[in-house]
Design a protein around this ligand. Sequence first.
Ligand SMILES: CC(C)(COP(=O)(O)OP(=O)(O)OC[C@H]1O[C@@H](n2cnc3c(N)ncnc32)[C@H](O)[C@@H]1OP(=O)(O)O)[C@@H](O)C(=O)NCCC(=O)NCCS
Length: 142
Amino acid sequence: MIVRRGRSEDLPWLVEHDDASEHWVGRCIQYGEYFVAEQDGEILGFLRFSRFWGKIPYMDMIRVPPSRQRTGVGTALFHAWEKAMIDDGAQHLMTSSEWAEAEPQAWHRRNGFKAAGSIDLRIVQPSPEIFFIKHISGESEE
Ligand SMILES: CC(C)(COP(=O)(O)OP(=O)(O)OC[C@H]1O[C@@H](n2cnc3c(N)ncnc32)[C@H](O)[C@@H]1OP(=O)(O)O)[C@@H](O)C(=O)NCCC(=O)NCCS
């Protein structure tokens, strides 16, 4: 398995497996905001990110299709993104997930994220959105 940035030829697969519009998927590919895991020419999962305040890397979405889950794909995607962000000089990573979804939260915590607060998003979903931060600068902030 290799992890690489998303490319234009990945667009159909990403449009099928991500929740974003085709326009947004194309835009994110163009700006290098996708990582995909690939094996024997087949895509196994993706990570899409943006930047909070235009600065702090923010993992908008990581998804591995059910048939491929729990085989190390998500971890490989996350590690590749984290390394790329460290190489880019980032000191923190951010992500979020819905309070009612225990599994994604457990996975974020497993990857070193800590909950940093929540916002009421009842206009679009039933439970609050919890934000997570991971410090990657190498300095302890406990
Ligand atoms: C969450 C997700 C990305 C994890 O990817 P994955 O490829 O299945 O995970 P991995 O195989 O790399 O798992 C690595 C470890 O995390 C554990 N793990 C996997 N999914 C987990 C989950 N949902 N909760 C807690 N632990 C989990 C695995 O058991 C494994 O532990 P081990 O090494 O001790 O056996 C994937 O399950 C997924 O796409 N889920 C649906 C979408 C989603 O919830 N995305 C996250 C919010 S945006």
